[in-house]
Design a protein around this ligand. Structure first.
Ligand SMILES: [Zn+2]
Length: 164
């Protein structure tokens, strides 16, 4: 389940895992929507906190495309600068801020992950020392965005779609 709650957050839940996304992050995604036929894919890392009580994933901000990324109309390669920014987030938050997943754009109205996307997400999962046991992959289409959840056993499931 994926839904807007009020004007401030987007709430998601899948089985016993839940969390929410600040709408400022969704606003950031909208800036990179591939609505123009020339626009290239964009992406980054999702940053936030783990809610210790509910084990919820709280997405507060995201990294955005930067020098070193490789962007084409149908692909996005994240440079290691994103990881550096995630480490900065961790330091700035007294080691409470964590990486909670990845995001990127697709030039299609309702995005679906490609085989490359699944492989990339699995690699991110394998490389993460995350505590909650879950990570998100968000794909921004031109009309909707989709949220997928992955666990450390590499099970990847669609949480849902919402209009942008
Ligand atoms: Zn993709």
């Amino acid at each position: 389940m994926l839904q807007y709650i009020g004007e401030g957050r987007v709430y998601f839940q899948l089985a016993n895992v839940s969390g929410n996304i600040d709408v400022s992050v969704i606003e950031q995604f909208k800036k990179y929507k591939q609505t123009n036929f020339m626009s290239r894919e964009a992406g980054g890392i999702l940053l936030g906190y783990l809610d210790l009580y509910s084990n919820g994933l709280l997405i507060e901000k995201c990294t955005v495309p930067c020098f070193g990324d490789k962007r084409t109309r149908f692909s996005f390669y994240r440079s290691n600068k994103h990881q550096k920014k995630a480490e900065k987030w961790w330091r700035e938050t007294n080691e409470k801020g964590v990486s909670l997943g990845i995001w990127h754009t697709h030039p299609e109205p309702r995005p679906t992950p490609s085989s490359v996307d699944y492989a990339d997400f699995k690699q991110v999962i394998a490389a993460s020392a995350f505590n909650s046991g879950y990570l998100l992959s968000i794909i921004i289409g031109t009309e909707e965005f989709g949220v997928w959840m992955g666990d450390k056993n590499n099970n990847i499931q669609l949480v849902g779609y919402l209009p942008l």
